[in-house]
Structure formats: structure tokens, C-alpha cells
Ligand binder design. Structure first.
Ligand code: KG4
Ligand code: ZN
Length: 334
């Protein structure tokens, strides 16, 4: 079974083809809208959806050509149905339903966070169910117990800002361009992570929820108080903020491992591309087996949607030709 996957929930247009026979991605293409949104300092939803309209069909053609496949070889279509930006989701959903009718194959709407979680199963060394997952993206921060495909327990989540969101907001305070995560990571290379002691939010008692907005506020006041904002000070601030995030995530992961006695932990979502956080978690959780997707599959991509779609269609799931998207879609409601 060959599944075409379409990701259009935010500012990346991703397309890929997954082949169930070889358990591999045959081809994948990605168009990032970063250049479009940078001058606004963040994603402009209306511009994002219009750009998905322009990019999707050429990207699907390119992805088919890359694998030398014809449309008739595709057995099903998977698209992101939520969570995400309503207009952007609708573009992917409407196109998928149209292609599904034209090609006479089933289509299926996928939960974007479930796809971030499942993408790790594509790797040669894959986690075994049940396993823990830490999803750290621009919109979410979730600790999940994954029992099997389609069965997830949310153990903890952020009460306010997501991890990626806090990186983006701190980057904005430092006048760095969007998206801020990679910019902060680069700047932090030049700084000392111990220079400024920022709070490790919600680590006083052993609960698994997160809160990152206070940390961002602490960065704001540190910056405001400083009379001499030099390049070295900015680098120290970025490194210390990144360390505060890494240590907070590490503490919560340790507690989740302790509470569930699961020793396979999958890290996913855009912030999982941060090498400092990766290394901090690998070193700090040396008694457990930690799984990361390859860098290109940490951030949004079509491969994770194609693979999640395959798993769901294989389970016999189908849906009506009604277009439904869910800008807010809790993983526990699947
Ligand atoms: O998973 P993703 O591509 O989109 C969502 O589903 O939100 O994650 C995007 C987020 C952005 O906030 C971006 O700043 C952050 O991931 N990000 C990073 C890094 N690369 C991307 N944050 C920290 N360090 C990075 N290297
Ligand atoms: Zn994502």
C-alpha cells in the first residue's frame, strides 16, 4: 500500500509517499514559508493558507516524479486534519478529498501530534509500545504514554506557552528573526549556560505539567534591568534560557519515567532539532533508551503524515467525504 501524505497545518507545505511493502518513504518534498513570514515576526495565517494553495499541487507532482510513480500507484491519501491553522488545514483537507474522489482511493485526516509521535517508528531502531513521548513543538508541549497506535494518555502538558513558542518569544526579545528556535541555539553556542540562573518552572513538586510563560517573563526582566547589553550578554542570556528549558524538560522526563516505569522515551516536534537539548536529555537519562527522529523529521514534514495515514488505513479506518478540520484537537480525543 502506497500512501500520499500531505502536511499543511502551519507554515510548511510537506508532501511524501510511504510504501507499506518496503516500510520506507519513497520520496518527500518540503516547501518552507519562513521567508514569507519573517518580516512579520511570526506566521500570518491568511498568507500561510494562500501559499499552501500555490505550493501543494506542484509539490505533489514533484514528489510523484521523484519516486517515478504515477497517480494510479497511490492507494490512499493522508492529510493533517488538526491541530493547526484553520485555513491552512482546509487547503490540505479540500485538496486531499478532491484527489481521493478523482483517483478513487480512500483519504484519512491525521492528528498532527500523533504523526510527530509515530514518525519515530520509521527508523531502523524504533521504540516498542508502550513508550513515553515528549512532544516539543511551536504549539505544544506534551508528555504522553503511547500504548499502541491510536491509544495515548496525556500525562502532562503546558499550561501556557509551548516550548517552541517560548524560544520564538525570547528570540523576539533579542530582536532575532522568526523562527527563533534555531537562532537562539546558534547564539547560545557563544554563551555560558550557567551565567544567569533562570527559573525551572513547576519543578517544586513531582507533577508532569509544564509552564514556560514565567521563564519568558524572567528573560524579559533580566534584559530590561541590564544597562550594558553587549553581544556577550545576549549570548549568555540565550545559553542560560536554553539550559533552563533543557533542565526543566529533563526533570519532567525523569519523573515520567519513574511514574510509568517505561524506559523507552521518544522525543519529537520542532524543538527536538535542538542539539543542546538532545544532548542534555541523552546524558541526563542515560538509564533509558532515547529516540529522536532525524533532524529533517523533527520539524513539520509530509513523511510523518503519510506514515500515520498508512497505519490508520491499515487498521481499517475510513472516513466520509465530508471535509472536517479541527484547529484544536486534543490527542486524548482521538
Ligand atoms: O514541529 P514544528 O515544526 O511545528 C509545530 O508543529 O509547531 O515546530 C516549530 C517550532 C518553532 O517554534 C521553532 O522555533 C522550534 O520548533 N524549533 C527550534 C529549533 N528548530 C525549530 N527550537 C529550538 N531549537 C531549534 N534548533
Ligand atoms: Zn509540528
Amino acid at each position: 500500500m502506497k500512501i500520499l501524505g500531505i502536511e499543511s497545518s502551519c507554515d510548511e507545505t510537506g508532501v511524501a509517499i510511504y510504501d507499506g511493502n518496503t516500510h520506507s518513504i519513497l520520496s518527500e518534498s518540503l516547501y518552507s514559508q519562513v521567508g514569507l513570514h519573517t518580516k512579520f515576526g511570526g506566521v500570518v495565517p491568511e498568507l500561510a493558507s494562500r501559499d499552501h494553495v500555490l505550493r501543494l499541487l506542484p509539490l505533489i507532482r514533484k514528489t510523484l516524479d521523484l519516486s517515478s510513480l504515477k497517480e494510479s500507484s497511490i492507494d490512499g491519501i493522508a492529510y493533517t486534519a488538526g491541530p493547526g491553522l484553520r485555513g491552512s488545514l482546509l487547503v490540505g483537507a479540500a485538496l486531499s478529498k478532491s484527489l481521493s474522489m478523482a483517483w478513487k482511493v480512500p483519504s484519512i485526516g491525521i492528528n498532527h501530534m500523533e504523526a510527530h509521535l509515530l514518525v519515530n517508528l520509521l527508523e531502523e531502531e524504533a521504540p516498542k509500545f508502550p513508550f513515553l513521548t515528549l512532544l516539543i513543538s511551536g504549539g505544544h508541549c506534551l508528555l504522553i504514554k503511547a500504548n499502541k497506535v491510536g491509544s495515548y494518555e496525556v500525562l502532562g502538558q503546558t499550561l501556557d506557552d509551548a516550548v517552541g513558542e517560548s524560544f520564538d518569544k525570547v528570540a523576539r526579545l533579542l530582536k532575532l528573526p522568526y523562527p527563533g528556535g534555531p537562532q537562539i541555539e546558534e547564539l547560545a553556542h557563544l554563551g555560558d549556560p550557567k551565567a544567569i540562573k533562570f527559573p525551572r518552572p513547576m519543578t517544586n513538586d513531582k507533577q508532569l505539567d509544564f509552564s514556560f510563560s514565567g521563564l519568558k517573563t524572567a528573560v524579559f526582566y533580566t534584559l530590561k534591568k541590564e544597562k550594558n547589553i553587549t553581544a556577550a550578554f545576549k549570548a549568555n542570556l540565550a545559553a542560560s534560557f536554553q539550559e533552563a528549558v533543557a533542565e526543566t524538560l529533563l526533570i519532567k522526563c525523569k519523573w515520567a519515567i519513574e511514574a510509568t516505569r517505561l524506559d523507552h522515551l521518544v522525543i519529537g516536534g520542532g524543538v527536538a532539532a535542538n542539539s543542546y537539548i538532545r544532548n542534555r536529555l541523552i546524558k541526563g537519562l542515560s538509564g533509558s533508551k532515547i529516540f529522536f527522529p532525524p533532524m529533517s523529521r523533527c520539524t513539520d514534514n509530509g513523511s510523518m503524515i503519510a506514515y500515520a495515514g498508512y497505519l490508520r488505513l491499515e487498521l481499517g479506518e475510513s472516513e466520509l467525504q465530508k471535509i472536517i478540520v479541527r484547529p484544536k484537537w486534543d490527542l486524548s480525543e482521538i
